[in-house]
Every structure is written in structure tokens, then in C-alpha cells.
Design a protein around this ligand. Structure first.
Ligand code: PHE
Length: 507
């Protein structure tokens, strides 16, 4: 009996730590900075609805799969993949999940750190009263001046990278765990306070209509791709961060309820951030589609005009920086773990090496906003825009697609079933069907429509050079060809897995 109590206590504590760490990873700049501005860029309600659908139908099933993989492998993502692959006697190509994930974390952190640096610099600006009585001109001017100064951006990017490397070097200790316990709820409270201010002083009803009235005519194929990509980004999925944290999860804990809690909290924070920002945007005649500066221009106006705004503003940006910090830790960890294994080196050396490379890569993002703003990596996209697009909209969903296929078809059914500690077979079956059939097909369709052109590549005369539209959209070779290739690959994986159980059961 005593043993039972002990183990129950132990389980609760560990599960709580897992929820904290995973929520710390999930809640970050993605919720507070990125979600509002991409919602603004993609027209509001219909985009929000797509994002919510992607969270529920794609994000949650994949998060469950990632946690289960981590818990079964009990190691860093790349090693976890190796042991799961040999357990399932699957092909080595699945290792791509671990590798691509580490690379994605690397690339994401290179720009994430620069944006987190903006938040750090705003702590100082807020505290010193830069925005007292601010209007949109002052707030916009301050933001523009900050972007125009590469050395300032470099300084704050450096500070943030040093902070992140410092934690990774020492390992995630108790201090940070307890800090998350206090600061996360505080961020939540402050967002509610901001919404209160926005409801009183902003155009709240316009904001609510903008965020929740779905006008599907505003939705393009690219918007759907961005919504899917953001579901992955905001839940930290598709790159191994959640897999790495899943390794510490006690065997008996229910993965399903835990994941629901994390995804629910993460979504709530994003919606709250939107409700805090958009009323101020509309009341001050700002553009919802203003882009990455949305948070940094709208909230200073609110803080600059509220009682105690100097204090609350500084506190808010401290909390945003902290949320970014706890996400950054999970972005760098898979690559660091890999470097330690690959080069048989110490954690300190691996961290310094990886952080330095990410720091150098970050220079590309710093210069995207000033000296190199005309330099395009992808057509029409600066280095920052390109990195954001490639990682969030391609690498993470692709990683998620592979994870769904691996758990759904690569791993043996009874291993998956055991790992899930199934108490309710109905929930398990819903999840398994979503993971095997709904999630991969949905990602495939979004990829094909969002990434491939509508028009024939062979016949450019069909393409309207100005609007980029296809004059004869029935003529859709690229999408048809892409669809056929993906369908064949998918069917091959399904058929191959059908042969497996016989072998698995006889052994
Ligand atoms: N989820 C984090 C955010 O919303 C970003 C992140 C992406 C962290 C991928 C880890 C992995 O800010």
C-alpha cells in the first residue's frame, strides 16, 4: 500500500513536470507574436478556424504519437528513432525524422532568437518610459528605428542566445521548473488584464468579428498551408522537441489527457493574445496585416496609455521573453544531444558549438530587416521570411507526416497499443484511425495545394504574369502529378505494413 502511494506521488510529480516542460516549449512567441500577425495577414476568422481544425485533427494526434515515441525510446530523438526502427524492423529511411528535426530546430532558433531579442529590448524601452502616452506614430517609429539598427538587433540576439545556451549547458534544473510554475500563470493573468483594457479602450467587437467570423473567400491555398504550419510551430511538433520531453514521462501516465491539457492551454494563450491585440489595432487605425511588427506596435500604445503601464509593459515583455526562453531550450536540445553523441564531446562544448552556429545564422535574420532587406532567398522572401516559411510550413509538417506514418504503419500495432496504456479502446481507435488515415492525407493535400502551382509548368502562356493566376485551372498538371506520386508512396507504405502483423505475431 505504502509503495502504491509512493509511486502515485512520483507519477503525479513527473507528469506535472512533463506538462510544465511541454507547455513551456509550446507557449512562446508562436502564440503571442506570430499567431496574431499571421491571423491578420490571412484575413481573420476563416484562418483561425483552419488553424483550430489543424490543431484538433493533425496537431493533437501527432503530439500523442511523438510523446509515445519518446517514452518508448527513452533517449534523444535521433537515438530514439534508431531504437524504434530496430524494434519495428523498419527501414533506415525513417531516421530522417530525427535528422530533419534537429536541423529544423537549428534553423528556427536562428530567427526565433532575433525576435526574442526584440522582446528583451522592449523590456528596457517599457521600463524607461519610452512609450508613455504613445500613439501609433511613436510606437511605429520606435519599432522602425529598432529594425533599422543591425548592431542593436545583434546585441539582443546575442543576449538571448547566451541565456539559452546557459540553461542548456547546465541542464534544465529545478530553478527553471519553479520559474515556469510562477511565470506561466502570471503571463496568463497579464493577458487577461490586457484584454480587460482592450475591451474598455479598444474596438473589442470589431476584433471579435475579425477573429471569429469566417469568410472563406479570404482563404487561399497558401493560407491553409500557413495554418497547418502554425499548428506544428505553436505545439512544437514535427522536430523532436516533444519527443525529447516525452522520454521523461512515467509509463503509467495517460498520454491522451496530458496532450489535451497542453494543446488546450497553448490554443487558449494564442486566442487570448489575439483578443488583447486586435481591439487596439482596430481602435488606433493600425493594419491587422502589418506583419511581424503587430505585437510590438499595438501593445506599446495600450501600455503607454494605461495607469501603471510602464510597470505592466515591462513585466509583460519580461514574461514574453521568458516564454520564448523556455521554447528556445526545447529548440536547441535535439541538436545539442545529437552533437554530444556524434562527436563524443561534453555538453558544454557541444552547446557552445551549436549555439555559435545558430548565432551566426541569426545574422541573416538580423540583416533581413535592414541592410539585406532586398535580398531574397525564396522568391519575394527575405532570409527571415524564407527560414520561417521553410521550417514552419515545410519541415515541421513533413516531420509530422513521417511521424504519423511511422507510428501508424512502421511500428508494430501491439507495441503502439502497449505504449499507449489503453484504458479506453474507443479513444485509442479514434486516435489510431486519425493518425493512419486522416492526418497523413490532410497534410498531403495541404502540401500539394499550398506548394505546387495550379498551372501547367509546360505552358506558361496560361499563367497571368501579373496576378499569378492560372487562366485554365482545369489544367493542373503539377498538382495532379504531385498527388499521384504521394498517393502511390502512401499506398506502398500501407500495403507493406499489412504484411507485417503476420511476421510480428509469429515471432
Ligand atoms: N512552440 C514554440 C512557440 O510557439 C516554438 C517552437 C517550435 C518550439 C518548435 C519548439 C519547437 O513559440
Amino acid at each position: 500500500m505504502a509503495n502504491n502511494n509512493q509511486s502515485v506521488h512520483g507519477i503525479w510529480r513527473n507528469r506535472w513536470i512533463f506538462i510544465l516542460a511541454a507547455t513551456g516549449s509550446a507557449v512562446g512567441l508562436g502564440n503571442i507574436w506570430k499567431f496574431p500577425y499571421i491571423t491578420g495577414e490571412h484575413g481573420g476568422g476563416a484562418f483561425v478556424l483552419m488553424y483550430l481544425a489543424c490543431i484538433a485533427l493533425v496537431g493533437v494526434p501527432i503530439m500523442v504519437a511523438e510523446v509515445a515515441m519518446g517514452r518508448r525510446g527513452r533517449q534523444s530523438p535521433i537515438n530514439t528513432m534508431s531504437s524504434l526502427i530496430s524494434e519495428a524492423k523498419a527501414g533506415p529511411a525513417w531516421k530522417a525524422i530525427g535528422w530533419m528535426g534537429a536541423l529544423a530546430g537549428f534553423l528556427i532558433l536562428s530567427f526565433y532568437s532575433v525576435i526574442a531579442g526584440w522582446a528583451l529590448s522592449y523590456v528596457l524601452k517599457m521600463a524607461t518610459g519610452t512609450f508613455v502616452g504613445a500613439d501609433q506614430d511613436l510606437a511605429g517609429g520606435q519599432f522602425g528605428d529598432m529594425l533599422a539598427d543591425p548592431s542593436g538587433l545583434m546585441l539582443w540576439h546575442t543576449v538571448f542566445m547566451v541565456l539559452t545556451a546557459g540553461v542548456i549547458m547546465r541542464g534544465v534544473n529545478k530553478g527553471i521548473e519553479s520559474a515556469i510554475q510562477i511565470l506561466m500563470p502570471l503571463l496568463f493573468v497579464l493577458l487577461i488584464v490586457l484584454i480587460g483594457y482592450a475591451a474598455k479602450n479598444g474596438d473589442f467587437s470589431k476584433a471579435v468579428h475579425f477573429m471569429f467570423d469566417a469568410d472563406f473567400s479570404k482563404l487561399t491555398a497558401e493560407s491553409v498551408l500557413v495554418a497547418l504550419g502554425h499548428a506544428f510551430f505553436t505545439l512544437s511538433l514535427g522536430m523532436g522537441a516533444i519527443m525529447a520531453y516525452g522520454a521523461y514521462m512515467p509509463r503509467q501516465a495517460s498520454i491522451g489527457t496530458t496532450v489535451f491539457a497542453i494543446a488546450g492551454l497553448d490554443t487558449l494563450v494564442a486566442l487570448l493574445a489575439g483578443l488583447a491585440i486586435f481591439p487596439i489595432v482596430f481602435a488606433n487605425g493600425l493594419e491587422p496585416s502589418a506583419g511581424p511588427g503587430l505585437l510590438f506596435v499595438s501593445l506599446p500604445i495600450a501600455f503607454g496609455n494605461m495607469a501603471g503601464g510602464q510597470f505592466f509593459g515591462a513585466l509583460f515583455f519580461i514574461l514574453v521573453s521568458f516564454a520564448a526562453w523556455s521554447s528556445a531550450i526545447s529548440l536547441i536540445e535535439p541538436a545539442t544531444a545529437w552533437a554530444i553523441e556524434r562527436f563524443k564531446t561534453t555538453r558544454t562544448k557541444a552547446t557552445i558549438a551549436i549555439a555559435s552556429i545558430i548565432w551566426v545564422l541569426g545574422i541573416g535574420t538580423v540583416l533581413s530587416f535592414n541592410d539585406w532587406s532586398e535580398f531574397h532567398l525564396l522568391p519575394g522572401k527575405t532570409i527571415f521570411d524564407s527560414l520561417d516559411f521553410i521550417t514552419a510550413n515545410i519541415m515541421l509538417p513533413l516531420g509530422g507526416l513521417l511521424i504519423a506514418l511511422f507510428v501508424g504503419f512502421g511500428m508494430k500495432y501491439h507495441h503502439v497499443y502497449n505504449e499507449m496504456q489503453v484504458k479506453n479502446a474507443v479513444f485509442f481507435n479514434i486516435w489510431y484511425v486519425l493518425l493512419r488515415f486522416v492526418t497523413p492525407i490532410a497534410i498531403g493535400i495541404v502540401f500539394i495545394s499550398g506548394l505546387l502551382p495550379e498551372c501547367s509548368l509546360m505552358d506558361e502562356s496560361l499563367l497571368n504574369a501579373e496576378t499569378g493566376e492560372c487562366s485554365n485551372p482545369t489544367y493542373m498538371q503539377p498538382r495532379v502529378i504531385g498527388g499521384v506520386i504521394l498517393a502511390i508512396a502512401y499506398i506502398a507504405i500501407v500495403v507493406k505494413s499489412l504484411k507485417k502483423p503476420a511476421r510480428g505475431l509469429s515471432s
